[in-house]
Design a protein around this ligand. Structure first.
Ligand SMILES: Cc1cc2nc3c(=O)[nH]c(=O)nc-3n(C[C@H](O)[C@H](O)[C@H](O)COP(=O)(O)O)c2cc1C
Length: 318
């Protein structure tokens, strides 16, 4: 898989997920075989106003390449400036968010709301592509709502204005994350453009990854929620699609080892106070399907220190 000059290994990327797919989680997924990852979305206005928080979200470590920085906004010039600003963090690509459904984002015309204005999409893509000497990509939905399924139109406009690849999440903005995922529209985008297309939506295991590839003919896929508490999904997808092998699910010990490392990294990067607060939701994802999961989850949500995590792991081991 090639995005401009960039070569991606394996079969699946980690999706951008604000508040979840931070450096610790991206590095973890890359170790497990994700071939590409994308930063949490960064406000181009935040960058224009010198927000430290926005700039911090752009940081890409040496352990997570190839990695794109994703930006959102509505103004072509501000988006181009944010893309130029991102270059100091040495990302491998710049991704433009045209899919976020959150009212805070799409209510101001950014994210998925951009799909209602194809001409503006074209101007933004054009400005960002001209601003940086890196592959520029866009991430879109099937459309804004069921009456406006225009992913093919937006994809063609993006291609004409210089993007190197397009990710399609096969849901409308109005669907948020509700089923079903529209595989037909992902396939239609793939057929309509020459550049690589990355399919996204509801991949939860190796088999669903294969179905998405086979049905749509996409060049690559992207996994979001299916990776939460489950970074093994990338090695499973690589083994299944690369060697037709179904690998065993991780043992309890392996799960706890990986959880422990994940949270230790989170704390190392964000400090114990912030890191442990964010560790609660991640830990809850890992606990899915465990015996006494409800009780363990409530323990997880009261963690404040790394010692509390060790206590939780001891309670799980029994
Ligand atoms: C918590 C959360 C945060 C997300 N944040 C972003 C984001 O910052 N940028 C973006 O383009 N998509 C974002 N998404 C959408 C995902 O990238 C992905 O398109 C969506 O979850 C569908 O894929 P999945 O079914 O594999 O989860 C987010 C999704 C979730 C669940």
């Amino acid at each position: 898989m090639q995005i401009g000059s960039l070569t991606l290994s394996g079969y699946a990327a980690l999706a951008p997920m604000a508040g979840v797919a931070d450096r610790a989680f991206r590095e973890l997924c890359m170790r497990f075989g994700a071939g590409y990852c994308v930063s949490e979305m960064v406000s181009s206005k935040g960058i224009a106003y010198n927000s430290r928080k926005s700039a911090d979200l752009m940081q890409v470590s040496s352990a997570e390449h190839p990695c794109a920085v994703q930006i959102f906004g509505t103004e072509p010039d501000t988006m181009a400036d944010a893309a130029r600003f991102a270059l100091r963090y040495k990302p491998d690509a710049i991704d433009i968010n045209m899919g976020c459904p959150a009212p805070k984002i799409s209510g101001s015309g950014s994210g998925a709301a951009l799909m209602k204005d194809p001409a503006l999409c074209g101007r933004i893509v054009n400005a960002v592509s001209k601003a940086v000497d890196l592959p520029v990509t866009v991430k879109i939905r099937s459309g804004f709502d069921s009456d406006h399924i225009n992913a093919v139109e937006i994809a063609k406009i993006a291609e004409d204005n210089g993007v190197a690849a397009i990710t399609v999440h096969g849901r409308t903005r109005d669907q948020f994350y509700a089923p079903p995922v529209n595989y037909d529209i992902i396939r239609d985008v793939k057929r309509a453009v020459q550049i690589p297309v990355i399919g996204n939506g509801d991949v939860i295991d190796a088999q669903s990854a294969k179905r998405l590839y086979e049905y749509t003919g996409v060049d690559y896929i992207m996994v979001g929620r299916g990776a939460l508490g489950n970074p093994w999904i990338f090695s499973e997808i690589n083994a299944y699609l690369g060697e037709d092998k179904l690998i065993e699910r991780p043992s309890l010990d392996e799960k706890l080892r990986v959880l422990s490392r994940h949270i230790a990294d989170l704390v190392a990067y964000k400090g114990e106070a912030v890191g442990m607060r964010e560790a609660r939701k991640h830990t809850a994802y890992y606990l899915k399907g465990f015996k006494n999961a409800a009780k363990l989850r409530s323990l997880a949500f009261s963690m404040e220190t790394l010692d509390d995590l060790q206590d939780l792991l001891s309670a799980i081991r029994g």
